[in-house]
Design a binder for this molecule. Sequence first.
Ligand SMILES: Cc1ncc(COP(=O)(O)O)c(C=O)c1O
Length: 365
Amino acid sequence: MKIPFVDLKAQYRAIKPEIDAAIAEVIEATAFVGGPAVAEFEQAFAAFIGAGHCVGVGNGTDAIELALRALSIGPGDEVITVANSFIATSEAITLAGAKVVFVDCDPATANIDTGRLAAAVTSRTKAIVPVHLYGRPADMAAIMDVARTHGLKVVEDCAQAHGATLDGRKVGTFGDAGCFSFYPGKNLGAYGDGGAVVTDDEALAGRVRKWANHGRLSKYDHEFEGVNSRLDGLQAAVLAVKLRHLDSWTEGRRRAARLYAEGLAGSGLDLPGDPAGGTHVYHLYVVRVAERERIQAALTEAGITTGVHYPMALPNLTAYRHLGHRPQDFPVASDHQDRVLSLPMFAEITAEQVEWVCRRLRAAL
Ligand SMILES: Cc1ncc(COP(=O)(O)O)c(C=O)c1O
């Protein structure tokens, strides 16, 4: 049985008439950058997240960079983030002009180890960028505690966690700003690049919008040099259609996670799950195995596509060699990089497909 890692074609087929009509409408209106489709999506996404404001931007990396810049974080400042994420998280901090300070992840959750947070704070620390990795909310209560104690801003990286909750609140509403990616493979994905910053702070939303649009006050009046990072009309129209289906797709992912948990019970693997009082949205279903290459090869042989998120912890990347870290400085992230294995996960995955993955994975183990 052939099982892809994600199946964007199956998703498109299920909503083709809605998507095609929404795209045609934008083309007919020739509202390609900004315009009504962007405004409507921003409103709908803010309401979905439960935030006062949403600013559409060019991608998720820009969302983090622009949120930091709008919070006046830049050269001379330190920003703390987690050692296990996609490089976009730390890259955005550097792009804003600040210095990245990595903290190891928690062995059980793979999110930032909040027990190590306070020790990473110095007199230069200005912000924390927690990541809700794989779709599992980070421990926002503990993170906000440290932030309040030390007067730090918090910019949540929600790129993998659209709709994930803690105590009934969606991620992106705990910190000063929440940053989302709409890269096509994300839980809410556009048909190209896209991103958004959500916040309850109207002034902050206004500053992000200015930053994303050449520091513009009006058409040819500019308060400062910003960047060009705007959500386009076609992507906003696609996203608005898909947002209407997001809750049911999340339920599909959570059903698949339950089937994986049943199928892999007793296998000895640590399986991902909900945090206390919260919900995981399973952007990725990540287990940890010994002899990953052998297991991955056995699954490939059985027609099952898997992934590795991520094969190198951020501090171990060549890009951060200048920081002088050693793998043993981040023992948990450095251990995870050798053992993490992402199993096929998408809303449309069938019970039969999950059962096949579990059977072949058990056989390989
Ligand atoms: C954790 C995380 N942060 C940030 C990003 C950046 O998003 P984008 O690719 O839209 O720039 C991604 C996307 O891959 C991500 O996975």
